[in-house]
Design a protein around this ligand. Sequence first.
Ligand SMILES: Cc1cc2nc3c(=O)[nH]c(=O)nc-3n(C[C@H](O)[C@H](O)[C@H](O)COP(=O)(O)OP(=O)(O)OC[C@H]3O[C@@H](n4cnc5c(N)ncnc54)[C@H](O)[C@@H]3O)c2cc1C
Length: 451
Amino acid sequence: MFLLMKETFWKNWAETVYFQPHKVVYPTSIAEVCQIVKQAKKENQQIRVIGAGHSFTPIAASPGYLISLDNLTGIISIDEEQQTAVVLAGTRLYDLSKQLAEQGFSQENLGDINTQSLAGATLTGTHGTGIQFGNLATQVVELKMVNADGDVITVNAQSEVPLQAAAISLGLLGIVVEMAIRIIPAPTYRFESRKIHFLHLLQDMKQLIAENRHFECFMFPYSEIVQIKTMNLSEQVPLSVRKHRLKALVVENYAYQLLSETARFIPRTTRWISRLSAKAIGSSVIHAKNYDLFATARNVRFREMEYSIPLEKLSEALIAIRTKMEREGYHVHFPIEIRMAKGDDLWLSTAYARDSAYIAIHMYKGMPYEKYFQDMDALLQAYEARPHWGKMHNMNLTQLHRVYPKLEAFLNIREQLDPSGIFLNAYFAKLLETNNKENRTKLQKSIFAEV
Ligand SMILES: Cc1cc2nc3c(=O)[nH]c(=O)nc-3n(C[C@H](O)[C@H](O)[C@H](O)COP(=O)(O)OP(=O)(O)OC[C@H]3O[C@@H](n4cnc5c(N)ncnc54)[C@H](O)[C@@H]3O)c2cc1C
């Protein structure tokens, strides 16, 4: 029988969201998930699932039932010929990487941490970097979901519910309990980190993106120095990354925490701290297995916004950001992270129908972020920016409709599958105006009229 706890306080990783669900449940089987949905329906309670709580907004917050799939984890099967794995949705990405590696496989791409649950990361469109690769949801070939009636449905390329709607569905269509994902034979990579001048980045950007399997960079505020990281296939014998990890833990976490606290207490030191951090970047090359390289420890807490823009607009947007930062002099020392993904056909994907560049804006926890975030949000909207669903943003439904052309189609499916809104919470009801179809239709018409 599932474990049930009452009235526990919950907070997310960034400590920006606190809530108290009516009940917290830990099902141990798919049948129990069905039972919980039926029970919640009887009690007229709403349900949200919590993954690892690594989203920056209240998307997982529930006033009713909060379901954790921490007891529904692990790989069910691997099809070596088809190169797919069936995985229980609560599996954490670090466990998935380890278990796949034991069988000689891996995911083709991952983000920069691996603490998320597979479902939480996938359903919000979590991405890594590399222009040949889509976000994590593009790896999904089939999923099993418990719907609002408490029944299990299968979603794949042939199903009535389109996979393109369900793969990034934010927990709004049902509770995803199982996923079949594409996997690849685990490669060894050559990872390299080095610094270059911002002007060289602009000059070589196209080449760096096209010629590296995985490429990302970090632009330090008020500095000309940019850190670039690349990962490419390697034939060399993989080495242990223990030393590399220890250094990253000390430099990027303990030392950075100290500097960040200094910035918080004495905000005028932020420029100096940013420049010092940029200068401190050394060059390193490592050959290792992929699960050792994608993820880094992130112990320094921050707030984050991240937007995707069309890839071809990246250089122009970066110049505009730097100009704005110089003019406004924000107190910020966290670097801006820049990544890429291939265009896809998933309706709520930040890379829907376009190759995309991602620009992530961070602020250390406890430092004022509002003006910086508002200005960057406004600036990036001029570049057809689409917000990451798990991160902070200031966009309203009209703005979301403009950049997500399939949003209305998604909302219609949501309404069909969950007419009583059992999977909604206050955050989504407000953001997506789910109680106001009339207004949504008007909005949609006026947006089409503009085009
Ligand atoms: C330090 C840090 C680093 C990050 N790095 C990256 C990165 O590199 N790339 C990137 O794109 N994003 C990144 N993110 C964002 C993060 O990947 C997403 O917010 C992701 O959703 C978090 O996964 P989670 O398991 O914590 O899900 P949660 O935040 O707990 O939940 C996310 C959403 O999914 C729903 N959900 C979870 N499980 C299920 C389920 N089984 N069925 C239905 N709905 C479900 C929840 O209700 C919620 O709406 C980062 C976040 C942090 C804090």
